[in-house]
Design a protein around this ligand. Structure first.
Ligand code: ATP
Length: 135
């Protein structure tokens, strides 16, 4: 099987490096499935999951926004934050979810706080879903 090299990098350093058969994720423009030899492109990413398929195995990485760059031999994801399944602290994510839910309920009138809390909730839910393999 042909493979493509994948690097997921954050400001804190590399999070994931591997050769995989397919990378799939949701870009702002819709679902992306990238196979080796894909045409070069750059796409912004939202809060979501990156699925990395190799043989019978699929790795999941939670990403918090950023960019995906495709070159024929290499896919690079530059993310604000990213955690592979084993790096996720599930208790921290659940606490973040609870905090965000409380802020959403308390601050319905204040748009800025509401939006921030919504994004925090999205990040927490994304981490929980990746941890629990719900993709
Ligand atoms: P929290 O409120 O728990 O800090 P957050 O969504 O505000 O969550 P981010 O700003 O997205 O956190 O990330 C800050 C740093 O903490 C990043 O390096 C990110 O990888 C890490 N991080 C955040 N939540 C978790 C988690 N549940 N498990 C592991 N690492 C996490």
């Amino acid at each position: 099987m042909k493979t493509v090299q994948v690097s997921i990098v954050t400001p804190n350093g590399p999070v994931y490096e591997s050769d995989v058969e397919m990378v799939s994720t949701k870009a702002s423009t819709g679902e992306l499935g990238i196979l080796p030899g894909h045409v070069p492109m750059v796409a912004p990413l939202q809060i979501g999951v990156v699925r990395l398929k190799n043989g019978g195995n699929t790795d999941l990485v939670a990403v918090t926004g950023g960019f995906l760059e495709v070159r024929p031999e290499k896919v690079t994801i530059l993310a604000q934050a990213a955690e592979s399944q084993s790096q996720i602290d599930i208790e921290r994510a659940k606490e973040a979810r609870t905090r965000a839910e409380h802020r959403i309920n308390a601050n319905k009138q204040e748009d800025v706080d509401f939006r921030r809390a919504e994004l925090a909730l999205k990040r927490a839910m994304n981490r929980i879903n990746v941890y629990e393999n719900r993709f």
